[in-house]
Design a protein around this ligand. Structure first.
Ligand code: B16
Ligand code: MG
Length: 212
């Protein structure tokens, strides 16, 4: 595969913060008396915080003001950040760590392309605060996945053309974003795998070493 850089999604690829997103949204939904389950949670992968809230509120029969919605999003984020504080370098698997180090040794530029505004905090918690050559996250963008913006910014920060980049994603919205940005799309886990738009389905994170 002829690429020079790899851009990784964070939540669900580098680490498993998806379980914390679920618990924090579930706490809010329960408090508001709104039905929420793991299947609805899957629709929130790669989607921005406010867009995620709108998906949850589809099940509500009440109308909320913009101000109330912003307070709900903040409440969820506070719960989520409390859960993130429990993370440590032990939450980075040896497989992910060793694969990243080997890709760097092979000369690939490595970046992050995440919709999360908590990206830098999470990377610090798991011991990767200084590791990546470039980070594009929720604080850089106005459109979240499936818009390619976050990956195009990551490529630019890496000094690469989009066609030189491969993206690793667990969300179908992320695979759509990578293809819309003219990048190679590699699917790992989630609804990315088998969605039909990806260039390659990864068997595991370390499978990257076989195809790159
Ligand atoms: P935050 P990714 C995404 O991260 C999550 O998958 C998505 O569930 C979340 O709503 C979004 O980040 C925003 O996160 O509330 O922390 O800003 O998969 O793009 O790394
Ligand atoms: Mg993800």
């Amino acid at each position: 595969m002829d690429v020079k850089a790899v851009i990784f999604d964070l939540d669900g690829v580098i680490c498993f913060t998806d379980k914390f997103h679920y618990r924090a949204w579930k706490a809010l939904a329960d408090r508001l008396g709104i039905y929420f389950d793991e299947k609805i949670n899957d629709r929130l992968r790669g989607v921005s915080r406010m867009a995620s809230l709108e998906i949850i509120l589809e099940r509500s029969d009440k109308e909320y003001t913009q101000e109330e919605k912003e307070a709900f999003a903040e409440e969820k984020n506070n719960t989520y950040r409390e859960l993130l504080k429990t993370m440590s370098p032990a939450d980075l698997t040896d497989e992910v760590k060793n694969t990243l180090v080997e890709l760097r040794n092979r000369g690939y530029k490595l970046g992050i392309g995440s919709s999360s505004k908590n990206t830098k905090f999470i990377l610090e918690r798991i011991g990767l605060g200084d590791f990546f050559d470039a980070i594009a996250d929720g604080t850089d963008i106005t459109h979240s996945k499936p818009d390619p913006e976050v990956f195009l910014i990551a490529a630019k920060k890496l000094g690469m053309e989009p066609t030189d980049c491969a993206v690793v994603e667990d969300a179908k919205a992320g695979i759509e974003a990578a293809k819309a940005g003219n990048m190679t799309a590699l699917a790992l886990f989630g609804d990315a795998k088998g969605c039909g738009l990806e260039d390659y389905d990864l068997k595991s994170f370390s499978d990257l070493l076989n195809i790159l």
